[in-house]
Write a protein of this length. Structure first.
Length: 237
């Protein structure tokens, strides 16, 4: 593995286990000795760091943290910080999990069982533009996600945080007038958001949008709503 000693890259480690955060720090330092690495023990802490400084080159994310369900942490970061590459580092190494991680736009998947040198090499591969997966993962083998589901995941990931909030209210059965009241905006603004949500999801009605969200949740993929309010609300215009 060729180490880049002149890099001043910035990394964000998001994991609630102190010992594994130390292990990731060590792996990052092995690959990028001059890097600046910060860590967060929760998604809330990560949000605060990203709001203070959005110049991180890569985030290393654990899927299983308190208050995080399924792929919600990954979806949250991809939605709120779309320019930030995210690599999932997880103990859940089943091929279906890896397939879902990649479908939600992660830059790679690194098993927590990997040796430090493997972690360092994987991080460097991603920084060089590759999508990293473990050698034991065969792309497309027993992939639980069909093409239609994969496309819907991509469409859902394209929604803005405010559109996710509106979609959540739609799924909760609220009418446009009620959504407007909850968000303190005009009903015309809500109608514009609803139209854009339907367009992005490629569905023709609110009912179809709700059906698609429920279908994804039934498959065990991420609910887009668990963490939609973890970051400060953006202004609705």
């Amino acid at each position: 593995m060729s180490m880049e000693t002149g890099s001043a890259s910035k990394f964000l480690i998001i994991d609630d286990h102190p010992l594994f955060r130390e292990a990731l720090h060590s792996a990052v330092e092995l690959a990028y000795p001059n890097s600046d690495t910060l860590d967060a023990a929760s998604l809330d802490e990560a949000n605060q760091l990203l709001q203070d400084d959005a110049s991180f080159d890569l985030a290393l994310l654990d899927l299983s943290m308190p208050g995080v369900k399924g792929m919600d942490g990954l979806l949250h970061l991809r939605t709120h910080y779309p320019r930030l590459p995210v690599v999932v580092v997880s103990g859940a190494e089943d091929p279906p999990i890896i397939a879902q991680v990649l479908a939600y736009g992660a830059a790679g998947f690194i098993p927590k069982s990997s040796k430090k040198t493997t972690l360092a090499d994987a991080i460097q591969q991603v920084m060089n533009g590759a999508i990293y997966v473990p050698e034991t993962y065969a792309d497309g083998a027993e992939d639980p996600i069909d093409d239609n589901t994969r496309k819907m995941i991509e469409r859902l990931s394209s929604l803005t945080p405010q559109q996710i909030r509106v979609l959540q209210m739609i799924c909760n059965g609220l009418l446009n007038k009620q959504i407007a009241y909850e968000l303190s905006v005009g009903e015309t603004t809500v109608k514009a958001h609803v139209s854009e949500i339907l367009r992005k999801l490629s569905v023709s009605s609110r009912t179809q949008a709700v059906i698609e969200v429920n279908r994804l949740e039934a498959l065990g993929t991420a609910s887009p709503f668990e963490l939609s309010t973890a970051a400060p609300a953006e202004p609705v215009q």
